[in-house]
Design a protein around this ligand. Structure first.
Ligand SMILES: [Fe+2]
Length: 386
Protein backbone atom coordinates (compact mmCIF):
# COMPACT_ATOMS: atom_id res chain seq x y z
CA UNK A 1 0.00 0.00 0.00
CA UNK A 2 1.38 3.42 -0.88
CA UNK A 3 0.12 6.90 -0.03
CA UNK A 4 0.25 10.12 -1.97
CA UNK A 5 1.55 12.92 0.29
CA UNK A 6 1.27 16.50 -0.88
CA UNK A 7 3.17 19.32 0.82
CA UNK A 8 4.25 22.89 0.03
CA UNK A 9 7.69 22.88 -1.59
CA UNK A 10 9.18 25.49 0.77
CA UNK A 11 8.15 26.12 4.39
CA UNK A 12 9.74 28.64 6.72
CA UNK A 13 8.39 28.16 10.22
CA UNK A 14 8.79 30.32 13.31
CA UNK A 15 9.65 33.83 14.45
CA UNK A 16 10.74 36.14 11.66
CA UNK A 17 10.02 33.71 8.83
CA UNK A 18 8.31 36.54 6.91
CA UNK A 19 11.78 37.98 6.38
CA UNK A 20 12.57 35.00 4.12
CA UNK A 21 10.28 36.46 1.45
CA UNK A 22 13.02 37.70 -0.87
CA UNK A 23 14.91 34.41 -0.69
CA UNK A 24 11.72 32.56 -1.58
CA UNK A 25 11.01 34.83 -4.56
CA UNK A 26 14.55 34.24 -5.81
CA UNK A 27 14.24 30.47 -5.39
CA UNK A 28 10.99 30.51 -7.35
CA UNK A 29 12.55 32.75 -10.01
CA UNK A 30 9.71 35.29 -9.82
CA UNK A 31 10.07 39.03 -9.48
CA UNK A 32 6.70 40.77 -9.96
CA UNK A 33 4.24 39.62 -7.28
CA UNK A 34 0.67 40.63 -6.53
CA UNK A 35 -0.03 40.88 -2.79
CA UNK A 36 -3.50 39.48 -2.07
CA UNK A 37 -4.89 40.53 1.29
CA UNK A 38 -7.75 42.32 3.06
CA UNK A 39 -8.38 45.74 4.59
CA UNK A 40 -7.59 44.59 8.15
CA UNK A 41 -4.12 43.41 7.13
CA UNK A 42 -3.53 46.81 5.54
CA UNK A 43 -4.72 48.61 8.71
CA UNK A 44 -2.57 46.42 10.97
CA UNK A 45 0.52 47.38 8.96
CA UNK A 46 1.26 43.82 7.83
CA UNK A 47 1.04 44.81 4.16
CA UNK A 48 3.33 47.80 4.57
CA UNK A 49 5.86 45.48 6.24
CA UNK A 50 5.85 43.32 3.09
CA UNK A 51 6.03 46.42 0.90
CA UNK A 52 9.11 47.58 2.76
CA UNK A 53 10.80 44.21 2.23
CA UNK A 54 9.99 44.33 -1.51
CA UNK A 55 10.91 48.01 -1.98
CA UNK A 56 14.33 47.51 -0.39
CA UNK A 57 15.11 45.10 -3.23
CA UNK A 58 13.45 47.28 -5.90
CA UNK A 59 10.83 44.65 -6.60
CA UNK A 60 7.72 46.02 -8.31
CA UNK A 61 4.45 44.66 -7.01
CA UNK A 62 0.69 45.24 -6.85
CA UNK A 63 -1.83 44.99 -4.03
CA UNK A 64 -5.33 43.52 -4.14
CA UNK A 65 -6.88 44.16 -0.72
CA UNK A 66 -10.58 43.61 -1.48
CA UNK A 67 -10.85 39.97 -0.39
CA UNK A 68 -13.67 39.33 2.09
CA UNK A 69 -14.29 36.83 4.92
CA UNK A 70 -15.98 33.66 3.58
CA UNK A 71 -15.05 34.75 0.01
CA UNK A 72 -17.51 34.69 -2.87
CA UNK A 73 -16.79 34.17 -6.56
CA UNK A 74 -17.64 37.86 -7.13
CA UNK A 75 -15.19 39.01 -4.44
CA UNK A 76 -12.19 37.62 -6.34
CA UNK A 77 -13.14 38.76 -9.84
CA UNK A 78 -11.31 42.09 -9.62
CA UNK A 79 -8.24 40.34 -8.21
CA UNK A 80 -8.15 37.94 -11.15
CA UNK A 81 -8.47 40.85 -13.59
CA UNK A 82 -5.67 42.75 -11.83
CA UNK A 83 -3.37 39.71 -11.92
CA UNK A 84 -4.02 39.19 -15.64
CA UNK A 85 -3.86 42.81 -16.82
CA UNK A 86 -0.63 43.67 -14.99
CA UNK A 87 0.99 40.33 -15.80
CA UNK A 88 2.00 39.53 -12.23
CA UNK A 89 4.19 36.43 -12.17
CA UNK A 90 3.36 35.33 -8.62
CA UNK A 91 0.97 35.90 -5.71
CA UNK A 92 1.81 36.65 -2.08
CA UNK A 93 -1.18 35.98 0.18
CA UNK A 94 -1.07 37.53 3.64
CA UNK A 95 -4.04 37.05 5.96
CA UNK A 96 -6.35 34.46 7.44
CA UNK A 97 -7.84 31.44 5.71
CA UNK A 98 -10.28 33.50 3.66
CA UNK A 99 -7.44 35.58 2.18
CA UNK A 100 -5.35 32.51 1.35
CA UNK A 101 -8.37 30.73 -0.15
CA UNK A 102 -9.12 33.82 -2.25
CA UNK A 103 -5.48 33.95 -3.39
CA UNK A 104 -5.53 30.28 -4.41
CA UNK A 105 -8.55 30.87 -6.59
CA UNK A 106 -7.06 34.10 -8.04
CA UNK A 107 -3.73 32.42 -8.82
CA UNK A 108 -5.43 29.55 -10.65
CA UNK A 109 -8.12 31.41 -12.59
CA UNK A 110 -5.70 34.23 -13.54
CA UNK A 111 -3.59 31.64 -15.34
CA UNK A 112 -6.21 29.29 -16.79
CA UNK A 113 -9.28 31.53 -17.24
CA UNK A 114 -12.97 30.75 -16.72
CA UNK A 115 -14.69 31.06 -13.35
CA UNK A 116 -13.75 29.39 -10.07
CA UNK A 117 -17.09 27.53 -10.17
CA UNK A 118 -15.83 25.68 -13.28
CA UNK A 119 -13.23 23.99 -11.07
CA UNK A 120 -15.36 22.86 -8.11
CA UNK A 121 -15.28 19.30 -6.75
CA UNK A 122 -15.53 16.60 -8.18
CA UNK A 123 -13.22 18.32 -10.72
CA UNK A 124 -9.65 17.84 -9.47
CA UNK A 125 -7.21 20.69 -10.11
CA UNK A 126 -3.88 19.10 -10.98
CA UNK A 127 -2.03 22.08 -12.42
CA UNK A 128 -0.63 25.00 -10.46
CA UNK A 129 -1.66 28.56 -11.15
CA UNK A 130 0.71 31.48 -10.58
CA UNK A 131 3.24 30.52 -7.87
CA UNK A 132 1.60 31.27 -4.52
CA UNK A 133 3.46 32.23 -1.34
CA UNK A 134 1.09 31.96 1.62
CA UNK A 135 1.66 33.90 4.85
CA UNK A 136 -1.03 32.95 7.39
CA UNK A 137 -1.92 35.42 10.14
CA UNK A 138 -4.25 33.15 12.11
CA UNK A 139 -3.61 29.76 13.68
CA UNK A 140 -6.42 27.68 12.33
CA UNK A 141 -7.25 27.04 8.72
CA UNK A 142 -3.90 25.55 7.75
CA UNK A 143 -4.75 26.81 4.27
CA UNK A 144 -1.05 27.55 3.64
CA UNK A 145 -0.49 23.77 3.51
CA UNK A 146 -3.67 22.50 1.88
CA UNK A 147 -4.94 21.59 -1.55
CA UNK A 148 -8.40 23.01 -0.90
CA UNK A 149 -10.06 26.35 -1.36
CA UNK A 150 -13.65 27.15 -0.45
CA UNK A 151 -15.40 29.90 -2.41
CA UNK A 152 -19.11 30.69 -2.10
CA UNK A 153 -21.30 30.82 -5.18
CA UNK A 154 -23.40 33.80 -4.14
CA UNK A 155 -26.14 32.90 -6.66
CA UNK A 156 -27.27 29.86 -4.68
CA UNK A 157 -25.38 30.26 -1.38
CA UNK A 158 -23.31 27.16 -2.08
CA UNK A 159 -19.87 26.93 -0.52
CA UNK A 160 -17.94 25.41 -3.41
CA UNK A 161 -15.10 23.12 -2.42
CA UNK A 162 -12.29 23.28 -4.99
CA UNK A 163 -9.65 20.60 -4.60
CA UNK A 164 -6.40 19.37 -6.05
CA UNK A 165 -2.65 19.62 -5.62
CA UNK A 166 -2.68 22.61 -7.99
CA UNK A 167 -4.02 24.63 -5.05
CA UNK A 168 -1.18 23.82 -2.63
CA UNK A 169 0.87 27.01 -2.13
CA UNK A 170 4.39 26.47 -3.43
CA UNK A 171 5.76 28.24 -0.34
CA UNK A 172 4.50 29.03 3.16
CA UNK A 173 5.96 31.50 5.65
CA UNK A 174 4.45 30.43 8.97
CA UNK A 175 5.32 33.14 11.49
CA UNK A 176 3.46 32.97 14.83
CA UNK A 177 4.37 36.59 15.61
CA UNK A 178 1.68 37.62 13.12
CA UNK A 179 -1.02 35.93 15.26
CA UNK A 180 -0.36 37.79 18.51
CA UNK A 181 -2.78 40.62 17.70
CA UNK A 182 -5.61 38.36 16.49
CA UNK A 183 -8.80 39.25 18.45
CA UNK A 184 -10.16 36.80 21.01
CA UNK A 185 -13.17 35.56 18.99
CA UNK A 186 -11.09 34.91 15.85
CA UNK A 187 -8.42 33.20 17.96
CA UNK A 188 -11.04 30.81 19.34
CA UNK A 189 -12.80 30.18 16.04
CA UNK A 190 -9.65 29.53 14.04
CA UNK A 191 -8.20 27.35 16.81
CA UNK A 192 -11.39 25.28 16.92
CA UNK A 193 -11.11 24.87 13.15
CA UNK A 194 -7.58 23.50 13.61
CA UNK A 195 -8.76 21.09 16.31
CA UNK A 196 -11.53 19.90 14.00
CA UNK A 197 -8.99 19.37 11.19
CA UNK A 198 -6.81 17.25 13.47
CA UNK A 199 -9.66 15.09 14.79
CA UNK A 200 -11.32 14.64 11.39
CA UNK A 201 -8.02 13.80 9.68
CA UNK A 202 -7.34 11.16 12.34
CA UNK A 203 -10.75 9.46 12.11
CA UNK A 204 -11.09 9.90 8.32
CA UNK A 205 -11.45 6.81 6.19
CA UNK A 206 -8.57 8.23 4.12
CA UNK A 207 -6.19 8.52 7.10
CA UNK A 208 -2.77 6.93 6.65
CA UNK A 209 0.30 6.44 8.88
CA UNK A 210 1.83 9.76 7.75
CA UNK A 211 -1.30 11.82 8.42
CA UNK A 212 -1.91 10.03 11.74
CA UNK A 213 1.39 11.35 13.09
CA UNK A 214 0.68 14.91 11.96
CA UNK A 215 -2.92 14.79 13.21
CA UNK A 216 -2.04 13.52 16.70
CA UNK A 217 0.80 16.02 17.09
CA UNK A 218 -1.52 18.82 15.97
CA UNK A 219 -4.30 17.67 18.32
CA UNK A 220 -1.98 17.72 21.31
CA UNK A 221 -0.61 21.18 20.51
CA UNK A 222 -3.99 22.75 19.78
CA UNK A 223 -6.03 21.13 22.57
CA UNK A 224 -3.45 22.04 25.20
CA UNK A 225 -2.91 25.64 24.09
CA UNK A 226 -6.24 26.88 22.78
CA UNK A 227 -7.68 27.94 26.14
CA UNK A 228 -4.36 29.63 26.98
CA UNK A 229 -4.29 31.84 23.86
CA UNK A 230 -8.00 32.60 24.30
CA UNK A 231 -7.51 33.82 27.87
CA UNK A 232 -4.01 35.23 27.47
CA UNK A 233 -3.44 36.34 23.87
CA UNK A 234 0.08 37.58 24.59
CA UNK A 235 1.33 34.15 25.72
CA UNK A 236 4.06 33.72 23.12
CA UNK A 237 4.81 30.05 23.79
CA UNK A 238 1.13 29.15 23.40
CA UNK A 239 0.80 31.24 20.20
CA UNK A 240 3.84 29.45 18.78
CA UNK A 241 2.41 26.04 19.69
CA UNK A 242 -0.96 26.94 18.14
CA UNK A 243 0.68 28.04 14.86
CA UNK A 244 2.65 24.81 14.61
CA UNK A 245 -0.45 22.81 15.52
CA UNK A 246 -2.52 24.59 12.90
CA UNK A 247 0.10 23.96 10.20
CA UNK A 248 0.43 20.26 11.09
CA UNK A 249 -3.35 19.88 11.16
CA UNK A 250 -3.43 21.43 7.69
CA UNK A 251 -0.87 18.91 6.44
CA UNK A 252 -2.87 16.10 8.06
CA UNK A 253 -6.27 16.95 6.63
CA UNK A 254 -5.11 17.89 3.18
CA UNK A 255 -3.68 14.37 2.84
CA UNK A 256 -6.41 12.51 4.76
CA UNK A 257 -9.45 14.73 4.07
CA UNK A 258 -11.94 16.15 6.50
CA UNK A 259 -15.22 14.38 7.20
CA UNK A 260 -18.78 14.94 8.38
CA UNK A 261 -18.21 18.04 10.55
CA UNK A 262 -16.75 20.01 7.65
CA UNK A 263 -19.31 18.58 5.23
CA UNK A 264 -22.16 19.88 7.40
CA UNK A 265 -20.38 23.08 8.43
CA UNK A 266 -20.00 24.59 4.96
CA UNK A 267 -23.78 24.86 4.22
CA UNK A 268 -24.33 26.50 7.64
CA UNK A 269 -21.68 29.06 6.77
CA UNK A 270 -23.01 29.65 3.30
CA UNK A 271 -26.68 30.13 4.24
CA UNK A 272 -26.33 31.80 7.65
CA UNK A 273 -22.89 33.44 7.49
CA UNK A 274 -21.56 31.68 10.56
CA UNK A 275 -17.73 31.89 10.56
CA UNK A 276 -16.18 28.59 9.47
CA UNK A 277 -14.40 27.65 12.71
CA UNK A 278 -17.46 28.55 14.76
CA UNK A 279 -19.86 26.38 12.74
CA UNK A 280 -17.37 23.50 13.03
CA UNK A 281 -17.29 23.97 16.81
CA UNK A 282 -21.09 24.03 16.99
CA UNK A 283 -21.15 20.64 15.24
CA UNK A 284 -18.08 18.91 16.66
CA UNK A 285 -19.43 17.47 19.98
CA UNK A 286 -22.67 16.16 18.42
CA UNK A 287 -20.98 14.69 15.35
CA UNK A 288 -18.29 13.07 17.52
CA UNK A 289 -21.01 11.49 19.68
CA UNK A 290 -22.80 10.27 16.54
CA UNK A 291 -19.65 8.92 14.90
CA UNK A 292 -17.60 7.29 17.64
CA UNK A 293 -19.54 3.96 17.80
CA UNK A 294 -18.06 3.17 14.35
CA UNK A 295 -14.45 4.05 15.27
CA UNK A 296 -14.14 3.76 19.04
CA UNK A 297 -10.46 2.96 19.04
CA UNK A 298 -9.58 6.02 16.95
CA UNK A 299 -11.73 8.46 18.92
CA UNK A 300 -10.39 6.96 22.18
CA UNK A 301 -6.84 7.73 21.02
CA UNK A 302 -7.97 11.32 20.34
CA UNK A 303 -9.26 11.50 23.93
CA UNK A 304 -6.00 10.14 25.34
CA UNK A 305 -3.93 12.45 23.14
CA UNK A 306 -5.67 15.58 24.35
CA UNK A 307 -5.45 14.38 27.94
CA UNK A 308 -9.07 13.57 28.87
CA UNK A 309 -8.64 9.79 29.17
CA UNK A 310 -5.92 7.42 30.33
CA UNK A 311 -4.62 4.11 28.99
CA UNK A 312 -6.59 2.40 31.78
CA UNK A 313 -9.91 3.86 30.61
CA UNK A 314 -11.93 1.69 28.23
CA UNK A 315 -12.38 3.01 24.70
CA UNK A 316 -16.05 3.60 25.44
CA UNK A 317 -15.27 5.76 28.49
CA UNK A 318 -12.53 7.59 26.57
CA UNK A 319 -14.96 8.41 23.74
CA UNK A 320 -17.55 9.68 26.20
CA UNK A 321 -14.90 11.82 27.89
CA UNK A 322 -13.94 13.24 24.49
CA UNK A 323 -17.52 14.31 23.79
CA UNK A 324 -17.76 15.87 27.26
CA UNK A 325 -14.47 17.74 26.78
CA UNK A 326 -15.57 19.13 23.40
CA UNK A 327 -18.78 20.43 25.02
CA UNK A 328 -16.85 22.02 27.91
CA UNK A 329 -14.32 23.52 25.49
CA UNK A 330 -17.17 25.18 23.58
CA UNK A 331 -18.50 26.61 26.84
CA UNK A 332 -15.06 27.83 27.89
CA UNK A 333 -14.56 29.50 24.51
CA UNK A 334 -18.08 30.97 24.52
CA UNK A 335 -19.21 29.15 21.37
CA UNK A 336 -22.90 29.98 20.89
CA UNK A 337 -25.52 27.57 19.60
CA UNK A 338 -27.03 28.34 16.21
CA UNK A 339 -30.06 29.69 18.05
CA UNK A 340 -27.90 31.95 20.20
CA UNK A 341 -25.99 33.07 17.10
CA UNK A 342 -29.33 34.38 15.79
CA UNK A 343 -30.16 31.81 13.11
CA UNK A 344 -33.91 31.92 12.50
CA UNK A 345 -35.41 28.50 13.27
CA UNK A 346 -38.09 28.65 10.56
CA UNK A 347 -35.56 29.57 7.87
CA UNK A 348 -33.18 26.93 9.19
CA UNK A 349 -35.84 24.19 9.13
CA UNK A 350 -36.86 25.15 5.60
CA UNK A 351 -33.28 24.85 4.35
CA UNK A 352 -32.37 21.55 6.05
CA UNK A 353 -33.07 19.26 3.06
CA UNK A 354 -30.98 21.51 0.77
CA UNK A 355 -28.18 21.78 3.33
CA UNK A 356 -28.12 18.00 3.85
CA UNK A 357 -27.81 17.47 0.10
CA UNK A 358 -25.09 20.13 -0.24
CA UNK A 359 -23.19 18.47 2.61
CA UNK A 360 -23.25 15.07 0.91
CA UNK A 361 -22.42 16.55 -2.51
CA UNK A 362 -19.25 18.14 -1.06
CA UNK A 363 -17.81 14.62 -0.68
CA UNK A 364 -16.50 15.14 2.87
CA UNK A 365 -19.18 13.08 4.73
CA UNK A 366 -18.10 10.01 2.72
CA UNK A 367 -14.80 10.06 4.67
CA UNK A 368 -16.59 9.88 8.03
CA UNK A 369 -16.29 6.66 10.06
CA UNK A 370 -20.10 6.54 10.33
CA UNK A 371 -22.06 7.17 7.14
CA UNK A 372 -25.06 9.43 7.54
CA UNK A 373 -28.12 9.23 5.27
CA UNK A 374 -29.91 12.39 4.11
CA UNK A 375 -32.57 11.80 6.78
CA UNK A 376 -29.92 11.40 9.49
CA UNK A 377 -28.14 14.54 8.33
CA UNK A 378 -31.37 16.54 8.74
CA UNK A 379 -31.76 15.10 12.26
CA UNK A 380 -28.15 15.97 13.11
CA UNK A 381 -28.66 19.53 11.84
CA UNK A 382 -31.77 19.73 14.09
CA UNK A 383 -29.82 18.40 17.06
CA UNK A 384 -27.19 21.15 16.90
CA UNK A 385 -29.65 24.03 16.58
CA UNK A 386 -30.00 24.63 20.32
FE1 LIG B 1 -11.69 23.93 8.29
Amino acid sequence: MSYNIILPRIVHLGKGSVNQLIEVLKTLKVSHPLIVTDKIMVQLGYVSRLEKILQEKNITYGIYSDTIPEPTAASITAGIKQAQEHKFDSIIAIGGGSVIDSAKAISFVAKYGGNIGDYKFPFIVKFSGLPLIAIPTTAGTGSEATQATVITDQKNNEKMLCMGNGFVPVAALVDYELTITVPQRATADSGLDALTHAIEAYVSRKANPFTDIQALAAMKLVARNLRIVYNNPKNIAAREAMMLGSHLAGIAFTNASVALVHGMSRPIGAHFHVPHGLSNAMLLPTITEYSFPEAKQRYAICARTIGVATEEDSDEIACQNLVKELKVLNQDLNVPTLKEFGVNQIEYEALLPIMAKQAIDSGSPANNPRQASLVELVELYRAVYQ
